[in-house]
Design a protein around this ligand. Structure first.
Ligand code: HAM
Length: 438
């Protein structure tokens, strides 16, 4: 972070670009992640959880030292032992590291992994762009087959679709491999060198480091030049051409509409061949520009870039949860841990409070979803809460019941009630009240 930039004042505020995710909102995150994991498992993916802190060099070598993510946006920390660690800005280098470190190349290929969690990029916060954000990430490692590119795209679209998203637009391109990409890069650099004076300052720098990234520039001056720039697909070698054709054939078979975007290069260094992004036309940034909800591609040389002796062809992609949730079509998915309460537990008097936690535990062990307000004393307040929740039954524990080790079970509809010994409560509820544990 630049030393000039001020964080919000006071310990009672989160750092800039960071936020708390509370109650209902976190349950929505959890509901989505559960559903996404379930879909991924149907498709044959396995879970992978990587550390939030990794060696900074993993991203310098993997994501690329010259990318914005690494050169400008990475949160770095020095350990007491003198190592430089980074808060992960993305998953892909960690996924490849984990695959190699855990010997997964010895297992049947491809190894398909899903990961999710918070990522950190120190960018200027705005709508759809946060310093801490969440991704659901899919990767298939150990195969170059075009069918895996299509599988990743299909599953990302299905996952977004299950969350209610509609009218998604898939943009796709191929960047070629080590045979043909250098030729395209050279042609692109030649083209831009001829127009160097018309370029923005950043792009003049990019021209020296990585001319492919000129195609990423959003500056209107550079936008015009992009229109006439050479296109990567025009330079693909025979193998890359046939790989790209196969990916598109798979998409057609799956009836997934796509647009070839010749200017799609993505801001990360490791991509080869397929790159793609998924848009919802209604999700835009503050300037009204479309925001990609998901993006990914093939990264056949990442393992080598990280120092591994062999190439490990791989492909993957990730959904940004916050951007997905910006869509007006997005529907919250309830997580499995949430159970609608069937019973409200009312306790009255100090003696009842002494037993209250034991009653909660009896219901928990019997897997009966319940609600309570254990700090409240008055019957009226507690009954009011029970009515608000529209629970079919209440359990009342008063002074008398506490001393006799009983409770009153009350039917909220017909107002009938019965005294039940605490020791028999779970059995009584299961026998007498239908659909209790559903
Ligand atoms: P990415 O395009 O940098 O790709 O991020 C993927 C998605 O994460 C974006 O489409 C967006 O929804 C979300 N995202 C990215 N940055 C932010 C941010 N600052 N605030 C909110 N959301 C954000 C990758 O990260 C690659 N590692 C994807 C991949 C997996 N490629 C191969 N495997």
């Amino acid at each position: 972070m630049s030393s000039k930039e001020k964080e919000p004042e006071g310990e009672l505020q989160t750092a800039k670009g960071m936020r708390d995710i509370l109650g209902e909102e976190w349950l929505a995150y959890q509901g989505f992640l559960e559903k996404a994991a379930e879909l991924a498992i149907y498709y044959g993916f396995r879970p992978l959880e990587t550390p939030i802190l990794e060696r900074a060099s993993l991203f310098e070598r993997g994501t690329g030292a010259d990318t914005d993510i690494v050169s400008k946006e990475m949160y770095l920390t020095r350990t007491r032992g003198g190592d430089t660690l980074a808060l992960r800005p993305e998953f892909t280098p960690s996924v490849m590291r984990a695959y190699l470190e855990n010997g997964l190349q010895a297992e049947p290929q491809p190894v398909m992994l899903y990961s999710s969690g918070p990522l950190f990029r120190h960018d200027r916060p705005q709508r759809g762009r946060y310093r801490q954000f969440y991704q659901f990430n899919l990767d298939a490692l150990g195969t170059a087959k075009a069918v895996t590119d299509a599988l990743i795209i299909k599953l990302l679209l299905t996952t977004l679709g299950e969350a209610g998203l509609k009218n998604l637009r898939l943009e796709i391109n191929s960047l070629g491999d080590k045979e043909c990409r250098p030729i395209f890069r050279r042609e692109l650099a030649n083209y831009y060198r001829k127009h160097a004076r018309e370029l923005c300052e950043d792009c003049r720098e990019r021209l020296k480091e990585n001319p492919l990234r000129l195609l990423d520039c959003k500056n209107p001056k550079c936008q015009e030049l992009k229109e006439a720039a050479p296109e990567s697909v025009g330079y693909l070698c025979a193998a890359c051409k046939s790989h790209f054709r196969e990916v598109l054939e798979h998409l057609e078979m799956l009836e997934i509409p796509y647009e070839i975007n010749h200017q799609l290069v993505r801001g990360l260094d490791y991509y080869t061949r397929t790159v793609f992004e998924i848009f919802d036309p209604t999700v835009t940034n503050e300037a009204g520009l479309p925001l990609a909800l998901a993006g990914g591609g093939r990264y056949d040389y990442l393992a080598r870039a990280l120092g591994y002796k062999k190439e490990v062809p791989a492909v993957g992609g990730a959904i940004g949860l916050e951007r997905m949730m910006l869509s007006p079509h997005y529907r919250r998915q309830p997580p499995r841990i949430i159970k609608k309460p069937k019973i409200f537990f009312i306790q009255l008097s100090f003696d009842a409070k002494l037993k209250a936690i034991s009653v909660i535990e009896i219901l928990r062990q019997a897997r009966i979803p319940m609600a309570q307000s254990i700090a409240k004393d008055s019957l009226g307040t507690q009954l009011g809460l029970a009515e608000k929740l529209a629970v079919p039954h209440t359990i009342i524990l008063g002074q008398k019941e506490a001393l006799e080790n009983t409770v009153i079970v009350r039917d909220m509809q017909n107002r009938s009630q019965e005294v039940v010994p605490l020791a028999k409560l779970a059995d009584y509820l299961k026998v007498n009240i239908k659909h209790l544990t559903k």
